[in-house]
Ligand binder design. Sequence first.
Ligand code: ADP
Length: 650
Amino acid sequence: MSGSGVDWEEDDPFEEQREEIENPMKRLFLEYGRNYAFQAVVGVFASTFARILDLLPPIMLAVALDAVFRGEAGYAESLPFGGDLVAPYVPATQEGQFYLTVGVIAAAFFLGAAFHWLRNWGFNAFAQNIQHDIRTDTYDKMQRLNMDFFADKQTGEMMSILSNDVNRLERFLNDGMNSLFRMAVMIVGIGVILFAYNWQLALVALLPVPLIAGFTYLFVKIIQPKYAAVRSTVGKVNSRLENNLGGIQVIKSSTTEDYESERVEDVSQDYFDANWDAIETRIKFFPGLRVLAGIGFVVTFLVGGLWVFQGPPGSFTGTLTEGEFVVFILYTQRFIWPMAQFGQIINMYQRARASSARMFGLMDEPSRVAENPNATDLEVTEGRVSYDDVTFGYDDEETIVEDVDFTVAGGETLALVGPTGAGKSTVLKLLLRMYDVDEGAITVDGQDVRNVTLESLRESIGYVSQDTFLFYGTVEENITYGTFGADREDVIEAAKMAEAHEFIENLPDGYDTEVGERGVKLSGGQRQRISIARAILKDPEILVLDEATSDVDTETEMLIQRSIDELAADRTTFAIAHRLSTIKDADQILVLEGGEIVERGGHEALLENGGLYSHLWGVQAGEIDELPQEFIERAQRRQARTDVSTDDDD
Ligand code: ADP
């Protein structure tokens, strides 16, 4: 998931929090940076020393030129500053001075290398540690977000925060900060030295600095929207390709290859145009920079050169030796190119800032299902579950569950039936506290689910749903998920009960076979049996079966049903089922329609009732061919409603 094409300004679920974060970079450094202050300080100091040592060889060359080779000036006096301090240690002979110079240059290189190493260690350790902490913190927070965030669009958004934003931040912390610091030290260091030699020529030599800074800043301003356009068009290309690959069967069977090729060509052309536009701007920038730098260099060379062999030109005053001239020339070359990165660093900073804002936006997202600070662990004694006039809606607009009121005694089985969209799953999600009720209360053995810890609540409930997700890992790891540390015998026992043992034995590596996307592909029914085995192994006090056998064939269903019956026998069980035969023995059956309980009772009583249940039963049992017209009309109306409200539900 690249997320690169997603324009997050448009569709940011964390916008509200993000806007409240005034200074994300400051917060980043305060909250995360301070733990690694040592590494940062080492990086800063080592970087400073490394740069200063880098600046030493040209000065030594200048001193050697003036004092040793031409012998026209004193060795110590030729230093830009600090001459008095080192004077007593300077050898008297020119030969001795020459070797001293070589020694200092060699020492500068070796020490410099050591400081460069230390600098890289410091900055990298700082950046990597922060990145690691932020990624794990963001992930941890993300897991605890409300279920609403895990709808399709927002999963992409969260992936993009966890990967793109964290990486951008790393890039700035690693490269950006490093370069920024180097630039600052270079410009200040070079400025100080040049001013110490000759302040007038220093002004001439440093003139390009503000010009180049302004020029690169302007460049970044112009190129940024162009890069945004590139990102957006490449996103469109990717979506198109992804979509077409997914739908290749439809394309082939409708023979629309040419049509699709054209559509791909269109988006690719847009990308080409946007990219070319950015390239045109970019390829003008570097030659422009070269011209500016070249002008600076030529002017410094002209003024400095005239100065050396004719004396101060124009209104300049003072002297300039050949050695000093050499330093000016070498240094001018040195700060120009790092300056070219100035724009990029600003760019990196801005991106890092936006990325931190997005991360903190996610971290600050308040939780809708908040843990009660006085929560105690749930204690299940009988397993009695009561819904007391429960009303709930996912948003303020629509009530999904209305006045649902029932009690399941410990060990009993309650079945929820009714048409798609009636709210059956929602009723059960409320028990797991995926959401909190708007009105009423849900209690387990008299304890309100809002007053117990989420962990103890969810630990007491085994949940087998219609989407059976397997994690990357072995079959055994998937069965023991949540009951880590169970031994092989128990796993096999659970698998046998879930009618999964036989097919698992036939897999290439039995219980050690890798499953999930990268491993062996299992059928829906096999996945379902693994997740049932997981629930059996967990041995929870309360069992929730959300169409647990929807994906298996009738024969397997019959087998699984036996084990489920056994599993459900001595614990409170909630079951949602489309196939009514699987729940006809339930102690209580609730028929839901439009979020309300419309019928309730045992199977026989409901059949006699002659309502929705008895008709559904009749159709499924093949006793009657069709539902009465009024049921069909009602179903059609309902379908129309749900189709509009959610296009991807069920
Ligand atoms: P059932 O299990 O009976 O098929 P659900 O409980 O899944 O019904 O859904 C009941 C209604 O709630 C449907 O109209 C569905 O569109 C809506 N719904 C389900 N999940 C969500 C959600 N996460 N956000 C908003 N609406 C939802």
